[in-house]
Write a protein that binds this ligand. Structure first.
Ligand SMILES: NC(=O)c1ccc[n+]([C@@H]2O[C@H](COP(=O)([O-])OP(=O)(O)OC[C@H]3O[C@@H](n4cnc5c(N)ncnc54)[C@H](O)[C@@H]3O)[C@@H](O)[C@H]2O)c1
Length: 316
């Protein structure tokens, strides 16, 4: 197979992403975890390789404990990192995951200098910024995954409400990944019909609230760990759009340089995603309330970037 996808972090999200890439026949996959976990990525990869004859797509899946094995990857999916644990402050999580992102980004810069990167590690927008900053890659080649997942959750809840296929629901969610995301009902349709014509306002408000807490609801149910099937599938949607030049119009966390009045940070906005990564950033005409919500979300991200970089916040 011509393309290669390297997945860094062979935990729940990473292993699921590797499986989806392989099962869709998108690329050869290497699944990498840290040396202390020697055997785990190799074992998971071998298990997937044994499933490969059953999905008739070919391709290889290998496990590795060496970041240098990102070599030759067209797309890197970065999933290594901790989820926030009880008792862990936001600053502790920032620092712990930054310590994982920086060496991974340095390895990608050295061994896969032409790769496109999809960052999944939380806190998402800040880790995507840090990956971009560390590699020095052009901004169209580093993206964070959040908006596709948040939109998918919104679509899933609307599909459950209406009893229709989620495939017929189009939705757009902007902003930072987390409580401050900005779902846009104005751009939400079911088979082309405005959502406002189909779902009463109070139900829609409740569904938006559920979407905001979509990750937390799963954490509560699982008791240990956090969501991974939908996050992994969302990252693979992005990898597929790049590998097969699909020209998708989807929300991704990308570097803004003045769009929406924001700069020097990563945040979720609609982009044209194709073979050259972020081919265009789409600037919607937001009403005052949505713009204010986006700016508030951006301030949260910008404050975290400032905390990490030791430089004052400069989002706008
Ligand atoms: N952006 C999103 O929407 C979204 C959604 C879900 C999860 N996440 C985030 O993704 C990350 C992974 O989640 P998960 O559920 O897969 O966690 P997990 O604990 O199951 O897996 C994380 C893996 O990373 C590995 N790892 C740690 N340091 C490493 C290093 N230096 N090099 C290589 N591998 C290393 C660990 O050994 C582990 O296998 C977390 O930060 C989580 O918060 C983000």
């Amino acid at each position: 197979m011509k393309n290669k996808v390297a997945v860094i972090g062979a935990g729940n999200v990473g292993a699921s992403a590797a499986l989806y890439v392989a099962e869709r026949g998108l690329a050869d996959v290497v699944l990498i975890d840290r040396p202390e976990m020697e055997g785990m990525p190799q074992g998971k990869a071998l298990d997937m390789q044994q499933a490969a004859p059953l999905w008739h797509k070919g391709g290889t899946i290998t496990g590795s404990s060496d970041l240098a094995d990102v070599k030759g990857a067209n797309v890197v999916i970065m999933t290594a990192g901790f989820p926030r644990k009880p008792g862990m402050s936001r600053s502790d999580l920032l620092k712990a995951n930054a310590d994982i992102i920086v060496p991974a980004a340095q390895a990608v810069k050295q061994h896969a200098p032409d790769a496109y990167v999809v960052v999944v590690t939380n806190p998402l927008d800040v880790m995507a910024w840090l990956f971009w900053k560390t590699t020095g890659f052009p901004k169209h080649r580093v993206l964070g995954m959040a908006g596709i997942l948040d939109s998918a959750r919104f679509r899933a809840f609307l599909a459950m409400e209406l009893g229709v296929s989620g495939a017929d629901i189009q939705a757009m969610v902007l902003g930072g990944h987390g409580d401050s995301m900005v779902p846009l009902p104005k751009y939400t349709t079911v088979g082309g019909i405005s959502i406002a014509d189909l779902v009463p306002a109070d139900r829609l408000a409740a569904i938006i609230e559920r979407t905001r807490g979509g990750g937390a609801e799963i954490v509560k149910l699982l008791k240990t760990g956090s969501a991974y099937y939908a996050p992994a599938m969302s990252a693979v949607e992005m990898a597929e759009a790049i590998l097969t030049d699909q020209k998708r119009m989807v929300p991704c966390s990308v570097l803004l340089e003045g769009e929406y009045g924001l700069k020097s940070l990563f945040i979720g906005v609609p982009v044209l995603l194709g073979g050259k990564g972020v081919e265009k950033i789409v600037e919607l005409k937001l009403d005052a309330a949505d713009l204010a919500a986006l700016q508030k979300s951006a301030k949260d991200v910008s404050d975290m970037i400032a905390e990490l970089s030791g430089e004052p916040a400069k989002a706008s």
